[in-house]
Design a protein around this ligand. Structure first.
Ligand SMILES: Nc1ncnc2c1ncn2[C@@H]1O[C@H](COP(=O)(O)OP(=O)(O)OP(=O)(O)O)[C@@H](O)[C@H]1O
Length: 321
């Protein structure tokens, strides 16, 4: 667990982070989201002990972060930087092995852990282990940065715009490969992004910041359907339709979906109830007429007419809660 209590940081007289408090639970993905300059990176660097807060406390696990234990705690924390931060004169293998080497792991163990992660991240060790960062594409460099952060199996992973410098197609590929990694699952992750769709897709909770302060901290659904004020509403509105389809899972719509009645003439597909409404729409807009799903012990059916109706009913119910 990571806990920030009343953290503030000024640069000269400018308050970059202003009285920020939150708790990130074990295994949770917390996304720090907000406009440029709102204090996201400064907050992340304070959690990594790279910047000292002026006031407040940060606890990582059972320890309070201090100048004295920052280096030791940093070795137990993976850090992925926006511009990958690889050492240009180290090979890929040496870059990934930096923390295990500093921690005194035997050489064969470092190689084994490095090669395993490289393979999982689509970087064939035969082809890439001896290469230098400048010989890799941006996406490959970012994969090396992710492998480096994960290799020592840190319980906490801090990620600063980890996919930010990549083109949209590569960004999606690297992101999906990262999320599919066994090594990334069940880890506590704090991730900075200014990409609202990424935040809503990856975050269990989102900490939306403006001018150094937290404006709202909540689940993606809470930010969308129970915004704390005009800033949150305005921030979400340009992307609202897409985000709603991404955030609402079929299982939430069950009370408003009709029971399935077989129709041999309709092109039918099945999705798990954990699928989101975007996945349903993808099917319905590419030739499928009926989507069936199993929820609450019943088989339900979704089509283009009842999907928006059920989503509206769900949103109404949420607002009255
Ligand atoms: N070392 C520094 N010296 C002076 N001012 C700084 C320093 N680091 C950050 N700042 C200022 O603090 C504010 C917050 O910066 P920070 O990098 O945390 O923002 P951010 O939300 O991560 O922005 P971005 O999304 O653009 O990276 C900005 O106004 C920035 O100019």
């Amino acid at each position: 667990m990571v806990e920030l209590a009343g953290i503030s940081k000024s640069f000269h007289s400018y308050k970059a982070v202003n009285d920020v408090s939150f708790t990130v639970n074990d295994g949770e993905i917390m996304v720090l989201l907000g406009t440029s300059g709102c204090g996201k990176t400064t907050t992340l660097k304070m959690i990594n002990g790279l910047i000292q807060p002026d006031s407040g406390t940060i606890s990582i696990g059972k320890e309070t972060l201090t100048a004295a234990n920052a280096t030791r705690l940093r070795r137990k924390t993976g850090y992925v930087m926006q511009q990958n931060g690889l050492f240009p004169h180290y090979t890929v293998e040496e870059n990934i092995g930096v923390v295990p080497t500093l921690s005194g792991w035997p050489r064969h163990r470092i190689r084994e852990a490095t090669y395993t992660l490289m393979e999982r991240l689509q970087l064939s060790p035969d082809r890439f282990a001896a290469k230098y960062p400048a010989m890799l594409s941006g996406g490959q460099q970012q994969r090396v940065g992710i492998a480096r952060a994960l290799v020592a199996d840190p319980p906490l992973l801090l990620m600063d715009e980890p996919f930010g410098a990549l083109d949209p197609v590569t960004r999606l590929q690297v992101r999906e490969d990262f999320m599919g990694l066994e090594e990334a699952g069940a880890r506590t992750i704090i991730m900075v992004t200014h990409d609202i769709e990424e935040a809503f897709m990856l975050g269990n909770r989102i900490c939306l910041m403006d001018s150094g302060r937290i404006v709202q901290l909540g689940t993606p659904a809470e930010l969308l359907f129970k915004p704390a004020g005009d800033f949150v509403r305005t921030f979400c509105n340009p992307h609202r339709t897409l985000l709603e389809f991404r955030v609402i899972r079929i299982e939430k719509l069950c009370p408003w979906l009709p029971d399935y009645t077989p129709d041999n003439n309709a092109a039918t597909a099945t999705l798990p109830a954990t699928a989101d409404c975007w996945q349903v729409m993808e099917l319905l807009s590419t030739g499928t007429e009926l989507v069936t799903t199993h929820c609450a012990g019943k088989q339900k059916m979704i089509n283009r007419v009842n999907l928006p109706e059920a989503m509206n009913q769900y949103k109404k119910a949420l607002q009255h809660k």
